[in-house]
Ligand binder design. Sequence first.
Ligand code: MRU
Length: 391
Amino acid sequence: FCSRRYRRQTEPVADHYEVSEAGAQALGIPSLRWAEPPEGPVVVLLDQTRLPAEEAELVCTDVPALVQAIRTLAVRGAPLLGIAGAYGVALAAARGFDVDEAVEMLAHARPTAVNLGYGVRRAAAAYREAAGRGGGPQTAAAAALAEARAVHAEDIEASARMADHGLALLGELLPGGGHRLLTHCNTGHLVSGGEGTALAVARAAHRAGELRRLWVDETRPLLQGARLTAYEAARAGMAYSVLADGAAGSLFAAGEVDAVLIGADRIAADGSVANKVGSYPLAVLARYHHVPFVVVAPTTTVDFETEEGADIEVEQRPGSEVTELSLPYGQGPGEGPGVGVAVAPVGAQAYNPAFDVTPPELVTAIVTEAGVVSPVTREGLVRVCSTSRWS
Ligand code: MRU
């Protein structure tokens, strides 16, 4: 079951934040929090389908509601999916829902972001370990919640470290400062307990006085760039411009892009990067124009069980997301992403992969919380992922 609480964007920001101090300052409302009202524990989401028109919280009281929120992208982005998955297991345990069933449902809610299964598995392992030690249901539920909180806290820490490593890398790649950075999709506080991945690096550059402009790809079809990244950039006081995805080529040709910064949903063992559809064309453009193409992702996004890019399962989404202009909730005739104003003839077929895969040879560097991999090779990934978690 899900219920909504609404806050207009113009209202003063929220009262308290459980985990995310830095992100909260930037955004006003945490993208996800655990709460324990008298009626029982809930997972509270900032409903991303309603942004930027409204800051509305979505209160999930059970796992099917959370799974639905994941599928409709009310909660989205690889690191946050991991956090949501972990809290989802904790919610099931606390509410007496079948934990094995919850694990199945949550882990398969969306296929591409490896972090989702990671978060689910961590909380489930903590639950099972506590139950196996003879702890009762309450003890096991508390163990799952503690693990979800740990996943959340680690993401905040990783986010800060990626920002540091990424800023240093930009300094090496672009020694003149005054960076003009192009980004795609949304990789900021909305996908994280902290400031996110690629957008965290852009924000660090902004704080250091080194960001001249953030170019924000609108990111069709669901407009995560125009709706969400622009929303975050505006709140952070960054100089930014939104562009139609198809305008990126002329922007490169005009010499207006110094580097591309994107996140990732899954990085295969060979360094292939799955990210929001439209990332691969940017990598090709970047290579042609001799511009660095930098991926920022926590080590939890690297999946050594996926050998190469072709093995990554790319989520296919409903064609209506392409054939209808999907407006935020409340701004179109329908309810939900992909429901809006028809922009193609009735019955038009559509091709709508949610992600694409960029081969490692087009990626200049992968920035993780444990360091930078460049050139992008399997050996480099193994080295960074197996050194201390925080180096
Ligand atoms: O379909 P979405 O909106 O969940 O896709 C998100 C992305 O592709 C992000 O770029 C990715 O998760 C990296 S976020 C750090």
